[in-house]
Design a binder for this molecule. Structure first.
Ligand code: FES
Length: 128
């Protein structure tokens, strides 16, 4: 279940504080809705990353996926996406990348840079 954040406490660069750093364990996924953007924040062995909470194939919520090293595995059909770039690593799938968001950690808080306005229709994959 995503935590809804209105994002009004974001800074001038658009970074919105979302979660205490020590509240996100290794290989854990937390879901947020920030300014209507569905976002997941993930900690893996490579660090903390933020991605759109929608698979680029059929829009499955990635919050129910699994972390494997530096990728997230979609819970619906198993596509693997790079946590840093969002690129699909599943051979031959041809799926588009999943959007990623910059992350900043300071004073024990994880903040994610989220666009000012809500997503447009083209920003969110839709179920086929
Ligand atoms: S919806 Fe994610 S791989 Fe199909």
């Amino acid at each position: 279940m995503a935590v809804i954040v209105d994002g009004t406490d974001g800074d001038a660069d658009g970074f919105v504080p979302l979660i205490q750093e020590d509240a996100l364990g290794l290989d854990r996924i937390r879901a947020f809705t920030v300014r209507d953007w569905p976002i997941i924040v993930v900690r893996s062995a490579i660090g903390v990353r933020a991605l759109l909470n929608r698979c680029s194939h059929a829009a499955a919520p990635l919050e129910n996926g699994r972390i494997r090293r530096d990728t997230i595995i979609c819970p619906l059909h198993g596509a693997q996406f790079d946590l840093s770039t969002g690129a699909c690593r599943s051979t031959g799938s041809g799926y588009l990348p999943v959007r990623t968001f910059p992350v900043r950690i300071g004073n024990g808080i994880i903040a994610v840079q989220v666009p000012d306005g809500p997503p447009a229709v083209d920003d969110l994959p839709i179920r086929p």
